[in-house]
Design a protein around this ligand. Structure first.
Ligand code: URA
Length: 449
């Protein structure tokens, strides 16, 4: 009989949990044999005491063993998966994955729904009417073989322990723990079956890892877990102080992703996709020279080939491609309210966490588990950090389902903006790169896996 109270006490006192004990604890929780109140206490003990690297690997293994894994052997080529640790306005996957697939790297992504104040790729994709993301493993392989790209929802059979643990962490203030995030992300990535894994670890006010040291620690831990479990893994550490791009909210972000694939998206979204994309081309064995990889990706963006891949994937997954041909159809919230600047100066902050919370309140995310999101609602920024602004000028637009919900969001959104007399110091988007060989502040010229 598993003495869970003993494991809670040991972790509370900073003592180690052995591999077999971890396997038993996580397995029993996934099967419903350990009650939420005991698991919540154990998670809080981990939050304060941490887990050693060995314990984190054991937890990742135990979570992986709680369910099935995907066999991607039938999809030819080196499969590279990409995962973000979670941000606001992060529609990168919707641009990056068609782009990389257009370059010939097969991509199968098991993506998630929104978590807390952060959005999720599946909710964004589902703003295209008809598009199915709950696919059988066979459907995933068929779409990937036909199109070179498939983005599917994480199946309930994959890492069920993470499904239960994440929901519990979300409501017990235990999300922001480096080992718990690392085990959660890496167990899912390994179960999803890609050969190589590229992580985008976010840092800043809208990220779970708010400072650079924590983000670096998280990136290094995940890269080392990948190595230990047989998957070459690399991580880019990127800024998440302000939202990525201008759009926050599902259909708004899908619209921005399509516009980026048409060559008209915001500079930061495009830049991040090119940086991650060049790394994915290197990891997929296509081009180890990152500058040449970027040039190839730029060409695929401007020729419209990456957009064609997205259109084909939408069609193969049952979506209405009319929304890709005419993306303005995605902008359908009935109420639009302006937020204007109260003073003249420079935008020195657009607090990503506040903007994310605001979008969730409007209905773009979930305040309770299982709630349906409203794909139409969200925030459209008109000014980002560094922009000069005049008093009365438009800072952002709230897209709401009803006037009162929009009015409620406005004061909250106002608090996200800080306007100063002097322009702020520009902050780099890419802040670090982690491989099994170590950490560097900048990307290398070549990346050989
Ligand atoms: N993303 C995940 O999948 N898990 C976490 O714990 C945090 C972000």
């Amino acid at each position: 009989m598993l003495a869970v109270n003993e494991l809670i006490r040991r972790k509370r006192d900073g003592q180690a949990i052995s591999g077999p004990e971890m396997e038993e604890l996580i397995g029993a929780y996934a099967n419903g044999e350990v009650p939420d109140y005991q698991m919540a206490a154990w998670l809080m003990a981990v939050y304060f005491q941490g887990l050693s690297r060995g314990e984190t690997v054991a937890m990742t293994r135990a979570m992986l063993n709680s369910g099935a894994t995907v066999d991607m052997a039938d999809v030819p080529g080196i499969k590279v998966d990409k995962h973000s640790s979670g941000g606001v306005g992060d529609k990168t996957s919707l641009v990056l994955l068609p782009l990389v697939a257009a370059a010939g790297v097969p991509v199968v992504k098991m993506a998630g729904r929104g978590l807390g104040h952060t959005g999720g790729t599946i909710d964004k994709l589902e703003s295209v009417p008809g598009l199915r993301t709950e696919l059988t493993p066979q459907e995933v392989v068929t779409v990937a073989e036909r199109v070179g790209l498939c983005i599917a929802a994480q199946s309930k059979q994959l890492v069920p322990a993470d499904g239960r643990l994440y929901a519990l962490r979300d409501v017990t203030a235990t999300v922001e723990s480096v080992p718990l995030i690392a085990a959660s992300i890496m167990s899912k990535k390994i179960a999803a079956g890609a050969d190589r894994i590229l992580l985008d670890v976010k840092t800043g006010k809208g990220a779970f890892a708010q400072d650079m040291d924590t983000a670096r620690q998280l990136a290094e831990l995940m890269v080392s877990i990948g190595a230990e479990l047989g998957r070459t893994t690399a991580a880019l550490v990127t800024g998440m102080d302000q939202p990525l791009g201008l759009a926050v909210g599902n259909a708004l972000e899908m619209h921005e992703a399509v516009m980026t694939l048409r060559g008209a998206g915001p500079a930061d979204v495009r830049e991040l996709c090119l940086a991650l994309g060049a790394l994915m081309l290197a990891m997929g064995g296509q081009e180890t020279d990152l500058a040449k990889g970027r040039a190839k990706l730029k060409e695929l963006l401007s020729s419209g080939q990456a957009l064609t891949v997205l259109r084909k994937m939408v069609a193969a997954q049952g979506g209405d491609t009319g929304f890709i041909e005419a993306p303005e159809r995605l902008l359908s919230a009935p109420v639009r309210l302006p937020l204007v600047a109260a003073e003249t100066g420079y935008v020195s902050e657009v607090h990503a966490r506040i903007v994310g919370d605001c979008a969730v309140r409007l209905g773009a995310g979930r305040m309770q588990k299982g709630t349906k999101v409203d794909h139409r609602v969200g925030i459209l920024l008109h000014k980002k950090v560094g922009a000069p602004v005049m008093r009365g000028e438009l800072l952002a637009e709230v897209h709401a389902a009803q006037p009162d919900r929009g009015q409620e969001a406005l004061p909250l959104l106002k608090d996200a903006f800080v306007i100063t007399a002097q322009p702020p110091q520009p902050a780099a988007l890419v802040r670090g790169f982690v491989t099994p060989d170590g950490f560097s502040r900048q990307l290398p010229k070549e990346f050989k896996v």
